[in-house]
Design a protein around this ligand. Structure first.
Ligand code: HEM
Length: 432
């Protein structure tokens, strides 16, 4: 019976079309929410200079709206797009997952509007729990298909999804703390880190590293980076709690976790910097990883311990990771083969301006130094705002270019990866 050949070809085309439509759907939602994240970040920054810019919204509510749309609307659907692209589930699952993508999009709009209006209240907690439920559904439907992915993607995305589930479970901890009216500051901060650290140091870090390693093939440190991150990400949570722990073991675990994840970040940076053919956005992420990893290793060794509680430095560290490392990797992977070298340079300049401003604000004597230079203390807020506007213009520009280009937001490198890589090395024809 040889008549099956044309039908098989047709069903493969249907599978590819359904997969492409799904990847595009998650990507379009993600990019839309990236714009909201960037705009709301600039809005927040402008409120430091012109309080009236808050337009009557509470500042903490604005921060919650910005951070929730960043996590729920931007980075998570972006990684879902990349994971689905790697796992290549069958057409029926793709069609089913389209509902999931729309629900995720709708829940992200609700989260942004809800947190902006009321901060943490019962309705917004319900919306956030709905997000966690959608993560569980995604993991349950897509994880089994990861066996179809390349080994490196299976490893990284599989572990990343496990951390997403752990973060989802950890997200319930602050609710328990509130319900039991726990006032102990260490327990309160730790309950937040039970979500934040597995989410950023596990889900986002492994997802972003996996996206780059998928392009690089078998890079030199891919294996140790995975191992160090998987082992270090959970204990690192203790290092991000700024209140003294009840027992020295927590400090030791925190430092060890930070040392392991910091070392992983440095090895990842080494691979990216050596990967000369990577697109500019990924290469920028490599430089951000170098700075972030160095800071983590130094902090783990106890260097500059007094600085770890400084709010501007915490915000700088967070944005170095999220805006400097994770966002460029995910955006670059979604819009490939667009290279956007000039816009990446603009974003890099904006990031440096933001880091300098927050860095000077955060170190002891920073403000005195600025005043000694004949500038007003407010100049640092202006510099941070200028940096944010540059990043908004640059990354927003990349989004608009990709929407205008018909070659992006589809199956991208994964569709062509088999002929593009041989023996773990990038060959001519690799789209980035
Ligand atoms: C133009 C780019 C951005 C600007 C100007 C910006 C600005 C800000 C500002 C001013 C804050 C509040 C800091 C404070 O409370 O003092 C903030 C918080 C936050 N941002 Fe951004 N942001 C940007 C992009 C992003 C991106 C891309 C992400 C994630 C992918 C992100 C994630 C967060 C998170 C999680 C917080 C909450 C921090 C906390 O709770 O302490 N931001 N951002």
């Amino acid at each position: 019976m040889t008549v099956a050949a044309p039908a098989a070809g047709t069903s493969r085309e249907v599978e590819a079309a359904e997969l492409e439509a799904l990847v595009r759907l998650y990507a379009v939602y993600a990019l839309g929410f990236l714009l909201v994240t960037l705009l709301s970040g600039v809005w927040l920054r402008s409120a430091f200079i012109w309080p009236a810019a808050r337009a009557g919204f509470e500042f903490p509510f604005l921060v919650h709206a910005h951070s929730h749309v960043a996590f729920f609307g931007w980075v998570t659907p972006a990684l879902f797009a990349l994971i689905v692209r790697a796992a290549r589930p069958p057409a029926a699952t793709c069609i089913w997952l389209r509902w999931h993508a729309h629900l995720l999009g709708a829940a992200s709009v609700l989260a942004f509007v809800g947190f902006l209006q009321m901060g943490y209240q019962t309705p917004t907690i319900v919306i956030a729990s709905g997000h966690v439920a959608l993560w569980v559904v995604f993991a349950a439907r897509v994880m089994p298909w990861l066996r179809r992915a390349e080994a490196i993607e299976r490893q990284y995305y599989g572990a990343a999804l496990v951390f997403l589930l752990i973060a989802g479970a950890g997200a319930m901890a602050p609710g328990v703390v509130e319900a039991k009216t726990i006032t102990d500051p260490w327990l309160r901060q730790s309950s937040l880190q039970l979500f934040l650290t597995p989410f950023t140091a596990g889900w986002l870090a492994l997802g972003a590293y996996g996206a780059v390693y998928a392009l690089l093939g078998s890079a030199r440190f891919a294996r140790p980076v995975w191992m160090l991150t998987v082992v270090g990400a959970l204990p690192a949570a203790a290092a991000h709690v700024t209140v003294a722990p009840p027992h020295g073991a927590f400090e030791l675990a925190g430092r060890l976790g930070l040392l392991l994840t910091g070392a992983a970040t440095l090895l990842f940076a080494a691979d990216v910097i050596a990967g000369l053919r990577l697109a500019p956005l990924a290469r920028l992420a490599g430089i951000a990883a170098l700075v972030k990893g160095s800071a983590e290793v130094l902090a783990a060794l106890g260097v500059g311990a007094a600085l770890l509680t400084s709010k501007p430095l915490i915000v700088a560290y967070l944005h170095l990771a999220l805006l400097g490392l994770v966002t460029p990797v995910l955006l670059g992977a979604l819009v490939a083969p667009l290279r956007a070298a000039r816009l990446t340079a603009l974003h890099a300049t904006g990031l440096v301006a933001t880091m300098i401003a927050l860095g000077v604000m955060g170190v002891p004597g920073g403000y005195a130094w600025i005043i000694g230079m004949g500038l007003s203390a407010g100049a640092l807020n202006v510099l941070a705002l200028v940096g944010g506007v540059m990043s908004l213009a640059a990354l927003g520009g990349v989004v608009l270019l990709s929407v205008a280009s018909r070659r992006t937001l589809g199956l991208g490198p994964s569709a062509e990866r088999a002929p593009a890589r041989r023996g773990g090395r990038i060959e001519i024809g690799q789209p980035v």
